[in-house]
Write a protein that binds this ligand. Structure first.
Ligand code: HEC
Ligand code: HEC
Length: 421
């Protein structure tokens, strides 16, 4: 096994120190005229590559959910994730569309739950590293994302009152271990068996009772988030390569990596250890037969209106998230922008793009930089790169590189449906 020569690392360190201007340039014995290389990459490219690996040891903390790192909450959240009874008709769970055997994504282009959706289900591997959830970022936390799925007509399609009664019936003990006492829901004139905002049954409840039910609902999401935060996948061949095992990826993959950080300009957007800038871009993906989709533009509106956003009363730390929300505005430029998705485990999660309209990686790579009629997507394309015109060899190399991003799956016990009460 070939390791990076220690002299190379030493030289990179010196250059880095000079680069950031805190070294005494005159005293470092280094020939600035010569270009050092790591494997096939000049050291300035190698630095870019090091910006893509490894994933930070833990996902960023989420203070809006005080149980986000509680093992008891995660155990409960895993049960909720796989429990089909958390749906209108008892047949759909999160795992229905986010299958552990398909990288926690969906094999179908657009998912089927309570109805047929209009977007592709993304992977949940490493999802806790995302700043925003959904293609349009209309959720600013994993817990509030889960609530949208639980009541969404096209997803689980149930109601928060139904879920609160279900928790009382089946999960009281486990719930109370994590969150403290459930409200007494026995009086069904005060707490009808089903209903959500917009339904008479819910809308007629007192404000105090609504808040009690909303709190149970929010806590279901908070338990699910604790589970999702454990769905981490690291140590892909690419990570092993960056860590110094220079033979672990093929020379084709290395050429693909060279295109990825160079000619392809992929790192303009896919530029962190989770291969995303956590931002939104309009790359002109055609809607095909799907209805118009304004992406981030409507996403911001929905986020600001959502009582379960990070600045709301169900958040365990509203102040900082509210400051971020205050800066958001649904401006015209945001039309047709979608979140830059992670590329980790991309080999597991076909089909691709928010439409699910691209079945293979090669089909995506051919799309990149091609001309798309502006009638095919909302808004104005903000991807200003010149058409890439990759030849077959380059497409194959890029694909080979993307295939090196498949990491280890989370521990086996997290991939299984647990025993349910
Ligand atoms: C009917 C299929 C379906 C079900 C059921 C479902 N999802 Fe999803 N999920 C999707 C689709 C489709 C998207 C993308 C939708 C969008 O962006 O508007 C998505 C997006 C997400 C995201 C955002 C990921 C990202 O990178 O932006 C998370 C997290 C998620 N789902 C978790 C869950 C959880 C937790 C549940 C259960 C409470 C759940 N989903 C239930 C289909 C489903
Ligand atoms: C301008 C920012 C930007 C650049 C540059 C960019 N991407 Fe993306 N990429 C995105 C966005 C945004 C999406 C999601 C688009 C959508 O679905 O509407 C995406 C989607 C993808 C997907 C599909 C992921 C999935 O889960 O569906 C792949 C694969 C991909 N990009 C690879 C690349 C490669 C390889 C390059 C370089 C040749 C590249 N991208 C350059 C922003 C960018």
């Amino acid at each position: 096994m070939k390791r990076i020569p220690s002299i190379t690392i030493w030289i990179i360190c010196c250059i880095t120190i000079i680069g950031i201007g805190c070294g005494d340039e005159g005293s470092l014995p280094i020939n600035q005229g010569s270009e050092t290389e790591v494997d096939i990459f000049p050291e300035r490219d190698w630095k870019v590559i090091q910006g893509l690996s490894p994933l930070p040891a833990t996902p960023p903390p989420n203070p809006t959910n005080r149980v986000s790192d509680s093992p008891d909450a995660a155990r409960l959240g895993q049960m909720f994730f796989f429990d089909e009874r958390l749906s209108k008709d008892g047949t759909v769970a999160c795992a229905t569309c986010h299958s552990p055997f398909h990288g926690f994504a969906d094999v179908e282009a657009t998912s089927l739950g309570g109805g047929r959706g209009t977007r592709n289900a993304p992977t949940l591997l490493n999802v806790a590293y995302n700043k925003w959830q959904f293609w349009d970022g209309r959720a600013d936390s994993l817990w509030s994302q889960a609530l949208i799925a639980l009541e969404g007509e096209k997803e689980q399609a149930g109601t928060r009152l139904q879920y609160a009664h279900l928790i009382k019936r089946l999960y009281q003990k486990d719930y109370e271990t994590v969150f403290g006492p459930l409200p007494n829901l026995a009086d069904t004139t005060r707490f009808p068996l089903t209903g959500k905002p917009g339904d008479v049954a819910f809308d007629n409840m007192s404000d105090k009772d609504k808040i009690a039910v909303n709190t149970v609902f929010a806590n279901i999401g908070k338990a699910i988030e604790a589970y999702e935060r454990l769905l981490i996948s690291r140590n892909a061949p690419f990570d092993q390569y960056v860590a110094g095992d220079l033979d672990v990826i093929s020379s084709g993959a290395k050429r693909g990596l060279e295109i990825f950080i160079g000619k392809g300009q992929c790192t303009l957007c896919h530029n962190s250890p989770n291969f995303t800038d956590n931002d939104f871009h309009n790359v002109g993906v055609p809607q095909g037969r799907l209805p118009e989709d304004t992406g981030r533009y409507d996403g911001i509106k929905q986020l600001l209106e959502n009582p379960f956003n990070g600045g709301g009363i169900y958040s365990d730390d509203p102040e900082t998230p509210q400051r971020i929300l205050d800066l958001l505005e649904p401006t015209q430029q945001l039309k047709g922008r979608f979140k830059t998705p992670t590329l980790r485990n991309i080999a597991l999660t076909a089909p691709y793009f928010h439409t699910g309209g691209y079945p293979t990686l090669v089909s995506i790579l051919r799309f990149n930089g091609s001309e798309i009629p502006t009638t095919e997507y909302a808004g104005v394309r903000d991807d200003t790169r010149q058409p890439l015109r990759l030849n077959e060899q380059e497409v194959n190399d890029l694909e080979e590189f993307l295939l090196t991003l498949t990491g280890e799956l989370p521990p086996e016990h997290l991939l299984r449906k647990p025993d349910l009460p």
